[in-house]
Design a protein around this ligand. Structure first.
Ligand SMILES: *[C@@H]1O[C@H](CO)[C@@H](O)[C@H](O)[C@H]1NC(C)=O
Ligand SMILES: *[C@@H]1O[C@H](CO)[C@@H](O)[C@H](O)[C@H]1NC(C)=O
Length: 983
């Protein structure tokens, strides 16, 4: 939850303007664009762009960065050297370079500034900040896996460049040119990624401030008259003001910049989080383009606008470039404010062989070392794996985490919560989690309860627990500054809060009014945070209570750009500017670890939702897209945003269902539930000023249609969980864009309104336009697709098909060739489904075969890490369906856990197998043979055949084959030879 419309910019004038504000309240229902900087208002962005324009006019050779050949050394998979920057005063600035070829196959380019490495600089304003450039982003974002240097193939040092080859059959090469410095990455001699191709590299070295007569803001002419110091227009180099706040910038200008070109690529993706299409747009203006670069500066953007490169709550500076032949990635590891420019240019072939498109990007960050990872892969899937090797994979959630969450600001009392809980049951609508926004606290003091409205939290939690349900409560990083509040007293006495530039405790305004902020960069602060969550310390909380971390960008109502001053100081004396985009992740992680350790031996997976995030946050928990609006546009925009989260390696993502601000129409809310049922994270949420909108309140036919969407989500939970497992081991998105599933089909590269669920072959296109009663779905491949319910068939490689979508219908297709699992018995919560039998849906492909996977574990604990899980491959071939174990088995101890777990699962069976697209030869068949572990020989099961109808496929149902979900088995249809599709 963000600031409400009641928020106003200066809290100091609160008392004076409260009346005025109330009058103007309705007028502020739009993003306050002027609260946030444009590139021109961000000094370093402006300087880097001026430099780029200057170089572009002079030519790349004007770039003053040269790698000194005499310094180049090769050792242990690393190339080291020194880049010399020649300043306009002919001074040579030494920039140490390390290029590492990692065993994950990626390359890492690190550039630092020697003078600052040695701490040989002076800070202005007697600042106590660290003198080095920030070099610890990796310790938060990277897992340490895949970072070891690998053996290189060729190392060929020439007069103008050095070439290194590596990887299987030396297919990867990096050519490092000296003058100007640049690196060209190729796969099998095809150029894929080029650094500094355009010469925009910039490294603002430390320099003392030479006092000159003070210039007035906005007096452009004066700066223009100064001698041209390339890219070093000093008007924004020192103290910098915006929106009434002045940043003291004790280190002066220190930005870095690099241009990165993807030759032959016309599509780029990633750069979460922005409310932008999946296929990233150009940023230099012109028809359909943005006129600002994509910005990363985690911020509480009130009522964000759609189709915009404006910064939002989280930052993942990772980009994928994709063409039919390959997928490459760049991860710009930097936690400071960052801007990314994108331009696509047609390159005409000089040989007349037809041109190709290049995507040229330009990355600039305010501070820190330069740390760039380049990843080369054949496909998006392979690239996801590589990126995950660096930053980690999705944490496996508990089953309830991927079920339905009911939230609003606010359920007003424990009786209110209990009443909502009963009403869901009364209307037979499943849900797993109910949420409390900040009004549950006593006077916005976290770790307390409002004694009047929540007199008996434990009683409330116990009622929820009766049906396996959970409670999530909000806890934010701002701690109310109020005498006698024990939490703030401890925070202060233990010295664990973020400090201001004078090294005194920082004070700002947020929900509780005057507040301090816990500094989770400090290990002692994280330890203290842990202690607050211990069951014997935290009041009114039992083991079915989990946490929501909001406002962790951090949001500061009276701070610059609604956040902290950049010259604030964190643990280790790093400035806030250095760590800003990582800040939210450290808090999210601290809460996660606090929940792991709230009781000895509990061993359950925590659930913590976050709003702010960075690369690596996927290892911790879920995110949502913040404060959206109850509009059709926001419903539609949620899909590319969630798809982009998948590309960016953080796929456990959702948007507020129904829209946070405003009241959705019944139609909009219903359509939103139908879409939300396909978000990896599925939560309804609403602003305090909105009308109540729990699904049972809407009445006929809406309530029942929403309930159906919810039941569909619950029935598919086994398949969703399997998709999470894939994300947790391979980094694959949970919902997958068209280009991701069909990487060779160019038509689909920009499609972002339809998507696949994991590897199930389920293809959905939610209705996101008011009044629409049908949708057009694009089918890339030659496989047959079937309507999820009616088995109506659709074919057409490279064609659009029309699917009817009256209000009660979600356009959902099944791609031939897949097997997926469901649980079809309706229950009140996912916890109550734990021992329910499975339904397998087998959708035969044109070749008469189908394949799919199922992953199962206890849905709660970490025992799966020690072998306590089931992982099966179902394969339909040669006229029968077989289940095969594909779980790994490691140590004998793990294998023991595995068999113990399998024993608990013996009663869980397959109760139904639905086979779609069966041959007519099954018509007279009524029985099938069942064989396998624990199955008596000669066992059979009943089969019923359903003939093909008008445009619908024939299908068959096998009832109660009673095979165990965790065992090997085969069910034979005995149709003689291969089953061939009728279609
Ligand atoms: C998460 O917290 C743990 C425990 O305090 C710490 O060891 C780890 O470095 C933290 N990681 C991140 C990404 O914050
Ligand atoms: C590069 O060539 C090698 C050897 O011919 C081949 O195995 C590999 O798949 C190729 N790589 C790509 C990405 O095309």
């Amino acid at each position: 939850m963000a600031r409400s419309s009641r928020r106003q910019p200066s809290w100091l004038s609160l008392s004076l303007s409260i009346l005025l504000l109330a009058v103007f309240m309705p007028a502020v229902m739009a993003v306050k664009k002027h609260d946030f900087k444009t590139c021109e208002q961000s000094g370093f962005c402006k300087r880097n762009h001026a430099l780029a324009d200057d170089i572009a006019s002079k030519g790349r050779d004007a770039s003053p960065y040269r790698l000194d050949p005499n310094t180049i050394r090769m050792k242990n998979g690393q190339v080291e050297g020194t880049i010399l920057k020649t300043t306009s005063d002919s001074e040579r600035i030494k920039l140490p370079l390390i290029v590492t070829f990692l065993d994950s196959g990626s390359a890492r380019i690190q550039i630092d500034e020697e003078k600052r490495q040695r701490g040989d600089i002076e800070l202005r304003h007697s600042s106590k900040a660290r003198k080095e450039r920030y070099n610890e982003a990796g310790s938060w974002a990277l897992t340490g896996a895949g970072l070891q240097p690998q053996k290189l193939g060729k190392f060929d040092k020439g007069d103008e460049s050095t070439t290194v080859t590596w990887g299987p059959s030396n297919q990867f090469s990096a050519t490092i040119t000296y003058a100007p410095f640049g690196v060209e990455f190729a796969v099998n001699n095809t150029k894929q990624v080029v650094l500094n191709e355009r010469g925009f590299m910039n490294f603002e070295h430390w320099r003392p401030k030479i006092e000159k007569p003070v210039k007035e803001e906005g007096k452009e002419e004066e700066t223009k008259d100064e001698p041209a110091v390339t890219g070093e227009d000093e008007s924004t180099s020192w103290d910098e003001s915006f929106g009434g706040n002045t940043d003291s910038k004790p280190k002066g200008p220190e930005s870095i910049g690099m241009d990165i070109t993807f030759p032959g690529f016309s599509y780029v993706y990633g750069l979460a989080e922005h409310a932008s299409p999946l296929s990233l747009k150009e940023t230099h203006g012109g028809e359909g383009n943005f006129d600002q670069p994509y910005r990363f500066y985690n911020a509480d953007v009130f009522e964000y606008e759609l189709d915009s490169p404006m910064t939002l709550y989280g930052s993942i500076p990772f980009m994928q470039a994709h063409n039919k032949g390959s997928t490459v990635g760049v991860f710009w590891l930097n936690a400071a404010e960052t801007w990314v420019d994108i331009v696509k240019t047609k390159q005409d072939s000089t040989l007349g062989l037809g041109g190709h498109m290049d995507t040229q990007t330009h990355w600039v960050s305010e501070a820190g070392v330069m740390d760039i990872f380049v990843m080369l892969a054949p496909t998006p899937k392979a690239l996801s794996k590589k990126y995950g090797e660096l930053t980690g994979y999705t944490a496996m959630p508990q089953m309830f985490g991927i079920a339905y969450h009911q939230c609003r600001w606010n359920y007003v009392s424990d009786e209110d919560v209990k009443d909502v809980d009963r009403k869901f049951d009364k209307h037979n609508i499943p849900y797993d989690v109910i949420w409390l926004d900040l009004e549950y606290t006593d006077d916005k003091q976290y770790f307390t309860w409002d004694a009047d409205t929540f007199p008996d939290p434990i009683g409330m939690e116990k009622q929820l627990d009766e049906h396996g349900r959970k409670l999530v409560i909000i806890i934010d990083p701002h701690i109310k500054n109020k005498a006698g509040y024990p939490i703030v007293e401890e925070l202060k006495s233990k010295d664990l809060a973020v400090k201001n530039k004078g090294l005194n405790i920082y004070e700002g305004w947020c929900w509780p009014g005057s507040s301090h902020w816990i500094d989770c960069f400090n290990p002692a602060a994280r330890e203290w945070w842990k202690s607050l969550f211990l069951y014997n310390k935290m009041k009114g909380v039992q083991s079915n209570v989990w946490i929501w971390n909001d406002m962790n960008e951090p949001s500061v109502f009276n701070g610059p750009e609604v956040s902290m001053p950049r010259d604030n100081i964190h643990y280790g004396n790093w400035e806030h500017r250095d760590v800003h985009n990582i800040n939210g992740m450290t808090f999210h992680n601290a809460t996660h670890h606090a929940l792991i350790s709230r009781a000895k031996g509990e061993n359950v997976r925590p659930f913590v939702l976050t709003r702010a995030f960075f690369a690596g946050s996927q290892r911790i928990g879920a995110m949502w897209t913040g404060d959206n609006q109850a509009s059709w546009g926001h419903l539609a925009a949620s899909i590319p945003m969630i798809l982009t989260q998948g590309v960016a390696g953080f796929p456990f993502a959702g948007a507020d269902v129904g829209g946070f601000f405003g009241n959705p129409s019944k139609e909009l809310q219903t359509r939103w539930y139908q879409a939300g049922a396909f978000y990896p994270f599925f939560r309804a949420h609403a602003h305090i000023d909105t009308r109540r909108r729990e699904p049972y309140l809407l009445g006929a036919p809406y309530t029942e249609i929403m309930a159906q969407a919810l039941r569909l989500r619950y029935s598919l939970l086994p398949s969703w969980y399997t998709a999470f497992r894939e994300a947790a081991t391979d980094g694959t998105p949970i919902v997958r864009a068209q280009y991701y599933v069909h990487p060779h089909d160019e038509y689909g590269f920009a499609l972002d309104d339809q998507f696949y669920i994991g590897s199930t072959g389920l293809l959905v296109k939610p209705v996101t336009t008011e009044g629409d009663e049908s949708v057009n779905i694009y089918l890339a491949d030659d496989e047959t697709y079937y309507d999820y319910n009616s088995f109506k068939t659709y074919r057409g490689a490279g064609k659009h098909i029309t699917v009817a979508a009256p209000l009660e219908k979600i356009p959902l297709l099944m791609q031939g060739g897949h097997v997926f699992a469901r649980k079809d018995r309706p229950r009140r919560s996912s916890g109550l489904m734990k021992w329910d039998p499975y339904t397998l849906v087998v959708v035969l492909g044109r070749d008469g075969e189908a394949e799919g996977e199922l992953y199962v574990d206890d849905g709660e604990t970490y025992e799966f890490e020690h072998g306590a899980y089931i992982h099966r491959r179902f394969k339909f071939e040669k006229g029968g369906l077989a289940s095969q174990d594909i779980s790994a088995s490691w140590t004998p101890k793990d294998n023991k856990k595995k068999s113990a777990y399998l024993k608990t699962m013996e009663s869980v069976t397959v109760e139904k197998i639905i086979i779609v697209n069966v041959p007519k030869s099954l018509e007279s068949k009524t029985e099938v043979k069942v064989a396998g572990d624990g199955v008596k020989s000669g066992t059979t099961a009943n089969l019923s055949y359903h003939a093909a109808g008008e445009g619908n496929a024939a299908w068959a149902v096998i009832r109660n084959p009673a095979v165990m979900i965790g065992a090997d088995w085969r069910i034979d249809l005995e149709v003689g030879g291969d089953v061939k599709s009728e279609l």
